[in-house]
Design a protein around this ligand. Structure first.
Ligand code: 13P
Length: 278
């Protein structure tokens, strides 16, 4: 029985200065890969899905599977909703049973982001659900019209007022990471991260965790990040495993992909320092 709330997991990580991985899941094989990796390392883990992934995995199919796997896991597992932009989807997520949700207002003006985040926080908190919001903007994702998000660094001087006015529980920061595959070597603004950390107490979230170096992870965790979102590296690992075995049957391919995703997850959990912290 190890379904945890994300807040419990992240507050422990904050106290003991390690990072916790968040991984998106769109099928049973991903859920299994993540939880097996976490169990093997005795590590807490956060799994979930995002609005953009709904065409692959509707809430009514994937959320019960994640909650059930979390309850049966031997390690703490939280089930969280990643990047979501629309009110209706957020309400459906609350009904589906996520323990925490992300409202991503980073495409909006600062004032709209504030007001919408605050409105969602009131509803989520009324249902005992935690809220992650983004201040600034991490680039790499695209909206429905195909426009890619711009990179806007988080302004440390705005962080405390943003959290106070919205009531958000977790803050996603923009310090130079990008979602997806990096087109150029990432340069993370660690001094900016430390300024944000000094200004607020809320757990800080790093998006775009694929393609970063071990040193990047060590520096960001030392700088105050406690949740690190990873997706691209996991699906690339599965894709490589399948490409290396074109002769594999469908069933064998499922197992090869799952093993590759588990390996990719193990690698991240070890770097984040969460092994042995369950
Ligand atoms: P990557 O796909 O770059 O790992 O980013 C994942 C992420 O931040 C999900 O919110």
């Amino acid at each position: 029985m190890a379904l945890y709330n994300m807040k419990e997991i992240l507050l422990d990580a904050q106290k003991r200065a390690y990072g916790v991985g968040y991984f998106n899941a769109v099928n049973l094989e991903m859920i299994r890969a993540y939880i097996e990796a976490a169990e093997e390392l005795d590590s807490p883990i956060i799994i979930g899905t995002a609005e953009a992934l709904l065409p692959i995995a509707p809430f009514e199919w994937i959320v019960p599977a994640m909650l059930d796997a979390a309850r049966r896991a031997r390690v703490p597992v939280a089930v969280h909703l990643d990047h979501t932009y629309h009110f209706n989807t957020l309400m459906q997520a609350l009904r589906a049973g996520f323990g925490s949700i992300m409202y991503d207002g980073s495409r909006e003006s600062h004032e709209d982001n504030l007001q919408h985040s605050a409105a969602i926080a009131r509803i989520a908190h009324g249902m005992g659900v935690g809220l992650e919001c983004e201040l600034g903007s991490v680039s790499g994702l695209s909206d429905e019209a195909g426009h890619e998000d711009k990179m806007v660094y988080t302004e440390p001087s705005e962080a405390a007022a943003f959290l106070e006015r919205t009531g958000a529980d977790f803050l996603a920061v923009s310090i130079g990471t990008v979602h997806g595959v990096y087109k150029a070597e990432p340069h993370l603004d660690i001094p900016r991260l430390k300024q944000i950390r000094a200004a607020v107490d809320a757990p800080l979230v790093l998006h775009g965790g694929s393609g970063l170096s071990d040193a990047d992870f060590q520096n960001t965790i030392a700088g105050g990040i406690v949740k690190i979102n990873v997706f691209t590296d996991v699906i690339l690992a599965a894709k490589r495993a399948l490409a290396e075995h074109p002769e594999a049957s469908y069933n064998d391919g499922i197992c090869l992909a799952r093993e590759a995703m588990k390996e990719a997850t193990l690698e991240k959990l070890r770097i984040f320092g969460s092994a042995g912290k369950a």
